[in-house]
Structures are given as structure tokens and as C-alpha cells.
Design a protein around this ligand. Structure first.
Ligand code: GTP
Ligand code: MG
Length: 424
């Protein structure tokens, strides 16, 4: 049953926009590769005849072969990248675990994530990790062991550890979404290095804020810097730990207070996105702010996977709404990341593919024109020779006729003279 619901989810997922586009562009580049191959082979077969193909033309077409191969290499590896930022303990690692439906990343009280952790899908069945500057695959058995492995390494906070998690265990990873977890933005003086190293190719940023406090300067500063380096980055704001702020209002005025807190957070977040960063207009910015509980969502999903109800156990009031809101966030996130990745990753390559096929067609057209011209010239030359021969032939015919007549006349003349002489 689980796999059937997974299939339905896959079919309907907006991530399919990217998945299908990626398949299509890879297929197209395979065709372009064949086309270039055929052209190179064809041109090679004409290469010795220097009159037809210029040396530069051969080099030009052969150079396209490397270019196309290079693009195909990049295209096969293209993915959608989402990066999570926020202050220490706001729940960044927990949000990622909730989205991946498994406890993959270590989370906990205090400063837990010490360096950048990238989770990406792998084809094998066993998870493993690779630390920066090494290509040794270290096996990962559990979250605890992952935490331990990370502590053992003397890692600098801007270092990247790549965690390869089996695609078979998670749909988002299978559809080529790559998650980047970061240490708290409040613990580093190296924001610029962080951005240059880890953010320039991110399709979506998620600011994990704490609904129990307001957006802090450290968080705002980080995104100000991001938006100076990237034009109009896609940013979502999750007001996490909403379960803690929203637990069981006993009186009506507490419920009102909750609504007021939510409205205040909402206004500030929208103001930050629309007026300060100017990445969205107010209406779009409102669609980018969510109130969720990553901890509850993760717990619910782990229960569902065991076949239990998401609602079982002790849950704070309003769990259902927070769970829905998390799912709503995921859907909007999937739509945003797949569209953005198609645009940023494939648009340029589509243009290049078009350029290459146009250039090759033009080269082949030029060669065709040239051969046609050469053929016409040859035919002209042949015609001249033929005309000359015809003329000579005519002349010869005329001449021989004339000769025959002359000889005839000479013979007659001689005969006449001879008979005349005899008579005399
Ligand atoms: P660092 O890696 O240290 O920067 O923290 P982080 O932002 O990754 O936070 P992490 O996910 O480690 O969560 C910190 C603590 O908050 C953990 O004990 C989580 O269980 C808890 N937590 C995370 N999300 C929620 C939530 O939505 N509600 C509640 N009540 N607790 C949460
Ligand atoms: Mg963390």
C-alpha cells in the first residue's frame, strides 16, 4: 500500500516538472551527440580532398564533440538544491529530517550541526558519507554514528560533508533534490565564505525561524548578503516550533493572543521579504511564510511508516493544522524548486544545444553549396571540351570531303591530260 501511495505522490509531485525536463534534455543531447558524431565521420571521409573541406571546418566540427560531451556530463548530474539557514537550535536539521521522513541528520539541544551537511541520493542500498577533500566512503549506520563520525573529524564549520542516502528510501532524493544543512548563522563570522562556497548554485533557501522569538539580525544579515550575490533568490520562511507557542490555549483570550502572535510574525516576515529584500511583492511574500512544527511532523511520519496513526500519542492542540501547513509548505516548495531549477540549469544548455545544431547545419550547407558549385564548374568545363571536339569533328568531316573532291578533281584532271597526250 505504501508503495502505491508513493507512486501516486510521485505522479502528482511538482518535482516531476524537473524530472521530466531533465530526461528530455538528456535525450535531446544524446541525439545532438549522434548528429555531431555522424557529421565528424562524414567530414573525415572527405578530409583528404582539400578542395571540398577546409581544415578549419574539420577542427570546428570536431571541437563540438567535446563541447557536447561536456554538456552531457553536467546535465546528467544536475539536481535541485535547497539550503537551510537559521539560528542555532531553531530546528533546521529537524525540518530536513521531517521532509526526508527519517532521522538522518543529528539534531539536539545546543549547537549540534558543526559544518555543512549535504544529503543526496545514491543508487546503492547502504548510506555512506564523504568528507571534504577525501574520496573515502565512510559507512553510516545510524544517526548516532553519523554524529560521532562528524565529531571525530576535525572539521571547519564551512567544510562540506556529503551524506549519500539510498534513493530507494526517499522520494525527494530519488527525484534529485539535494538538501544542505548548515550550522547556526549566529555562530560564524564567515558568512561571505559560506555563501560563496555553498549558496551560489542553490535553487531555494529556507529560513528556519523560531516562532517563539522574532527574526534576528543575524538571520536577516545573512539573507541580505545572499540577495546581493544572487538576483532574486527564492526564499521560504518557516516559523518552526509553532507547537510550543501554540500549546493548548485554556481561555479565549489566549487563543486571541496566539492569533495576534501569528499575525505579528507573518507581517514581519512579509515585510522582510517584500520591503527589505525586495525578492517578492507583498502578495507573493505572503505565500512564502508558514507556521509549522518540524518535530511533530517528523514524529507523525515515523508513526505512519510503522503503520500507526499520525494522531496517536500525546499531541499538542492544533497538530492537524500544523501538519497540513507543513504539507502545504512542501507542495509550494516542490513547485518552486522544480521550476527554478529547470530555468537556471537547463535554459542555458538549451540555447547552447540550439546554437551547436544551427552551426553544424550551416557548415554542412556551406559544404553542399561548395560541392554543387564545383560540380557545375566541372560540367561547364566538360561542355567546352565537348564543343571543341564537336567542332573539330565537323572540321575534319568538312576537310576530308574537300580533300576527296580535290583528289577526285586531280585524278580527273590527270586522266584528261593523259588521254589528251595519248591522242596527240
Ligand atoms: P543547530 O544544528 O545546532 O544549529 O540546530 P538546528 O537548527 O539544526 O536544530 P535541531 O534540528 O537540532 O533542533 C534543536 C532542538 O529543537 C532539538 O531538540 C529538536 O528536537 C527541537 N525541535 C526542532 N523542531 C522543533 C519543533 O517544531 N518543536 C519543538 N517543540 N521542538 C523542536
Ligand atoms: Mg542542526
Amino acid at each position: 500500500k505504501q508503495s502505491r501511495t508513493n507512486d501516486i505522490r510521485t505522479e502528482n509531485s511538482p518535482l516531476q516538472i524537473f524530472v521530466k525536463a531533465k530526461k528530455k534534455i538528456n535525450d535531446i543531447f544524446l541525439e545532438i551527440d549522434d548528429y555531431v558524431d555522424d557529421t565528424v565521420r562524414f567530414i573525415d571521409s572527405l578530409k583528404d580532398d582539400h578542395k571540398i573541406i577546409a581544415q578549419e571546418e574539420v577542427q570546428k566540427v570536431e571541437a563540438y564533440k567535446d563541447k557536447v560531451q561536456g554538456i552531457r556530463y553536467v546535465l546528467k548530474r544536475d539536481h535541485m538544491k535547497v539550503a537551510f539557514f537559521g539560528r542555532t537550535s531553531n530546528g533546521k536539521s529537524t525540518v530536513i529530517n521531517a521532509m526526508l521522513r527519517d532521522k538522518i541528520l543529528p539534531s539536539g539541544i545546543g549547537h549540534t550541526t558543526n559544518c555543512f551537511l549535504q544529503v543526496e541520493g545514491s543508487d546503492g542500498e547502504e548510506p555512506y558519507l564523504i568528507t571534504e577533500g577525501s574520496d573515502i566512503k565512510q559507512p553510516v549506520q545510524s544517526v548516532g554514528q553519523l554524529g560521532h563520525a562528524l565529531c571525530k573529524e576535525k572539521l571547519c564549520e564551512s567544510n562540506l560533508v556529503r551524506i549519500f542516502w539510498p534513493k530507494s528510501k526517499c522520494l525527494l532524493l530519488r527525484d534529485d533534490v539535494v538538501f544542505v544543512d548548515s550550522p547556526g548563522v549566529d555562530v560564524t563570522p564567515n558568512l561571505d565564505e559560506w555563501i560563496d562556497k555553498h549558496c551560489l548554485d542553490a535553487d531555494v533557501f529556507v529560513l528556519v525561524a523560531n516562532a517563539e522569538s522574532t527574526l534576528m539580525l543575524a538571520e536577516k544579515n545573512f539573507f541580505h548578503k545572499v540577495s546581493t550575490k544572487l538576483s532574486k533568490p527564492n526564499i521560504f520562511i518557516l516559523n518552526n516550533r509553532w507547537d510550543a507557542s501554540a500549546s493548548e490555549p485554556e481561555f479565549l483570550d489566549e487563543l486571541d493572543e496566539q492569533k495576534e502572535v501569528r499575525a505579528q510574525h507573518q507581517d514581519r516576515a512579509v515585510d522582510f521579504l517584500a520591503r527589505e529584500l525586495r525578492v517578492y511583492n507583498t502578495k507573493d511574500a505572503e505565500e512564502r511564510v508558514f507556521f509549522v512544527s518540524a518535530k511533530e511532523t517528523l514524529q507523525a511520519r515515523l508513526k505512519e511508516q510503522k503503520g500507526e496513526s499520525a494522531h496517536s500519542g500525546a499531541l499538542a492542540e492544533g497538530f492537524q493544522n500544523r501538519y497540513f501547513e507543513f504539507q502545504d509548505f512542501e507542495r509550494k516548495f516542490e513547485e518552486c524548486i522544480s521550476k527554478s531549477a529547470v530555468k537556471t540549469k537547463f535554459e542555458q544548455h538549451t540555447q547552447r544545444g540550439k546554437h551547436i545544431s544551427t552551426e553544424i547545419r550551416q557548415t554542412l550547407n556551406e559544404i553542399l553549396d561548395r560541392t554543387q558549385k564545383m560540380k557545375a564548374e566541372q560540367m561547364n568545363a566538360q561542355k567546352e571540351v565537348r564543343d571543341k571536339l564537336n567542332f573539330t569533328e565537323q572540321q575534319l568531316i568538312l576537310l576530308t570531303q574537300e580533300m576527296k573532291d580535290k583528289i577526285h578533281r586531280m585524278v580527273e584532271d590527270v586522266e584528261q591530260r593523259v588521254s589528251k597526250a595519248l591522242n596527240e
